[in-house]
Design a protein around this ligand. Sequence first.
Ligand code: ATP
Ligand code: LTN
Length: 341
Amino acid sequence: MNETTAPQERKPIIFSAIQPTGIMTLGNYLGAIKNWADLQDQYDCIYSVANLHAITVRQDPAKLKKATLEIYALVMACGIDPQKSLFFVQSHVPAHAELAWVLNCHTQFGELNRMTQFKDKSARYADNINAGLFTYPCLMAADILLYQADLVPVGADQKQHLEITRDIAGRFNGLYGETFRLPEPYIPKTGARIMSLQDPTKKMSKSDANPKAFISLLDPPETILKKFRSAVTDSEAQVAYREGKDGINNLMGIYSVVTGKSYEAIEEEFQGKGYGEFKTAVGEAVAEHLRPIRERYAQLMNDKAYLESCCREGAQRASYLAGKTLSKVYKRVGFLPLEKR
Ligand code: ATP
Ligand code: LTN
């Protein structure tokens, strides 16, 4: 090769996943899925529906099956194009569970015990603190490391899981030689942590028992407006982004991402106006922003054969890539190979 020829550069690899634990919320969308779509043109993107993770909390089998296809269609409706990105269901690629086992054996109890998501979820589901809930980050690390991902677009709540992924990968590389690429989190500046509309000190979550606390991507426009109108704020009646105004800060963040307006522009727009007017404007902007997603979702759900063919192709392509990393790992740790005949 002549010295001036640039080496063939590989595009950075993106990996991320979402659990099929209910209908996606505005938090999931603005914190993560919107970025998944935006990254598709610049990177090699790999996305998954994390149904293995979902059973760390008790699920009704019929509902889980239904929710898996629904979330698969909803992610596509948000702009994930299976021609551009690899998009598959986690349980269709056995390498995830296989690598997770190896990583379980390279992760310390004390490390897992520090995870705030484990602490939160074991308080919330106190009657089912199972081993899978505890080792959840090892399965998530397996998801990411199987594809040698460079970047992982997630909401702020997943930052700690990315840190432990890097620790596990670094430890494995140190013990057995370079095997895994160390991934970086990709967290948006605005929208990384959308808060509950009923308690703005808590994150918006699709499994919240109170449906008024979250906006589902499939809520009809009237419901979206109603939920925003009853959002908890403060008694100051001033639309301004300031410490202590959690409810208003949250609404301003949402309004800013869906309209592209800066905080200063929003403060100016609503100067001297009441919260009622502001909340209505946020509700209307969100309902409008989500309209094409709802329409595309309805079309996709009418074509189950197409969805199934996308799942099948995604699973095949992902299995091929994941298999390459898994074989390397098995060799490194000393698992006896079966000679090819
Ligand atoms: P569950 O309520 O079942 O725990 P969840 O709503 O937290 O689920 P996940 O499927 O675990 O959602 O997360 C999918 C993606 O959405 C992740 O990248 C996560 O960081 C992001 N995310 C979740 N909630 C929010 C939120 N309130 N604001 C911004 N991003 C979020
Ligand atoms: N734990 C994630 C979902 C998830 C994920 C992943 C995200 C499972 N595997 C790999 C990024 C990369 C969550 O959002 N709760």
